[in-house]
Write a protein that binds this ligand. Structure first.
Ligand SMILES: [Cu+2]
Length: 352
């Protein structure tokens, strides 16, 4: 599926959902800043949850539980050197890379649980199940694919409310990541003629305990809302294989239009920068750029379109469904490295 058809499908879903909505007819101008003053922050609004691709975006009131499930898909291709696209074939040489990645698909099933012991603190837990697949071109013209799958790194911690006044609120993201994902995945590599440890991007975890600090701000007006989040990853120490993945930082800025009590659509800009790998795994030593610790870093700016839907009546009342898809606007990679093509997240959430 191409990004264009995904975006048209999402637009179609919004239109249909809006037609089916219960109170879609709003006659006032939609974006009126006057509508922001007497609006108390309402954490049960459809757009009180950020676009589904944003993690740790909201908190809960004391005693509330929330269960969630997200399906994420990422398609990566082609290769980039800096901000220029390069073909896999052009990077192959007898004295340099003899294998090049051509494309990679990552699927993730993310299971989440939130619980608020107090009004100021929400505990959050997330466990991903990951499926990766990478296609390669060999210098002799043949191709091969490697696959890995399994549980990823378990994330846990708290979201601490530090400010709530009128129509805005802010919380700190105090999360950690435990090294539950494998860093020793292997696969059969035809040009090597044997089963070897697969390169860094095919591994399922970081292998290190990681800090994931962040700060999230959200503001609501009558028919729209916006939010911003800064979220980082700090690797603590070195993993058993002898390396640590690069630290990263992501800035998110989103705006949502509340089209009815059940439906909102959103646009999100996301900017990410991540570092190269420190150290190296001596068992990852193939003539392929994905085995090079110094060819992993980069930066990227993505644009997303999303839909949130909140069931307000019937047997599904209180259930949330959301979808968000994005494409890169800019990427600058230490390469050759596979760049982002498109990605999407579909999610379900229910608070109890
Ligand atoms: Cu929640």
């Amino acid at each position: 599926m191409k990004p264009f058809s995904i975006f048209s499908t999402l637009l179609l879903i919004s239109t249909v959902a809006l037609q089916a909505g219960d109170d879609a007819s709003t006659k006032q101008p939609i974006l009126d800043p006057k509508d922001c003053h007497d609006v108390p922050y309402d954490c049960h609004r459809v757009d009180a949850h950020a676009p589904i691709g944003v993690m740790g975006d909201h908190t809960h009131h004391a005693g509330e539980f929330m269960a969630s499930y997200r399906y994420m898909f990422m398609q990566m291709r082609p290769n980039f050197v800096g901000s220029s696209e390069v073909s896999a074939g052009s990077q192959l040489s007898p004295t340099g890379f003899r294998v090049m990645p051509q494309d990679m698909q990552t699927e993730m099933h993310m299971f989440g649980l939130m619980y608020a012991p107090t009004d100021d603190l929400t505990l959050a837990f997330m466990l991903p199940q990951i499926d990766k697949s990478m296609q390669h071109l060999v210098i002799n013209g043949t191709t091969f694919r490697t696959n890995t799958n399994g549980v990823g790194d378990f994330k846990f911690g708290g979201l601490l409310d530090i400010f709530e006044e009128g129509n805005s609120k802010m919380h700190l993201n105090l999360m950690m990541s435990a090294p539950t994902g494998s860093t020793t995945e292997t696969g059969f590599v035809p040009p090597a003629g044997r089963v070897v440890r697969l390169p860094y991007p095919m591994q399922l975890g970081s292998g290190t305990w990681d800090l994931k600090p962040g700060i999230t701000y959200a503001e609501q007006c009558r028919n729209y809302s916006w939010g911003a989040q800064l979220l980082g990853t700090v690797r603590l120490g070195t993993n058993d294989e002898g390396y640590s993945l690069g630290d990263d930082i992501t800035a998110n800025l989103w705006g949502a239009l509340k089209l009815s009590d059940s439906l909102s659509t959103s646009l999100r800009l996301s900017a990410t920068s991540w570092g190269d790998i420190d150290g190296r795994d001596p068992l990852i030593a193939l003539p392929v750029p994905t085995a090079r610790p110094d060819l992993r870093g980069g930066e990227r700016v993505d644009l997303f379109y999303g839909i949130n839907y909140l069931f307000r009546k019937g047997p599904l009342s209180g259930h949330r469904l959301a979808v968000e898809a994005g494409i890169p606007l800019h990427q600058d990679l230490d390469g050759p490295q596979l760049g982002m093509d498109w990605m999407m997240t579909v999610g379900w959430q229910k608070a109890f």
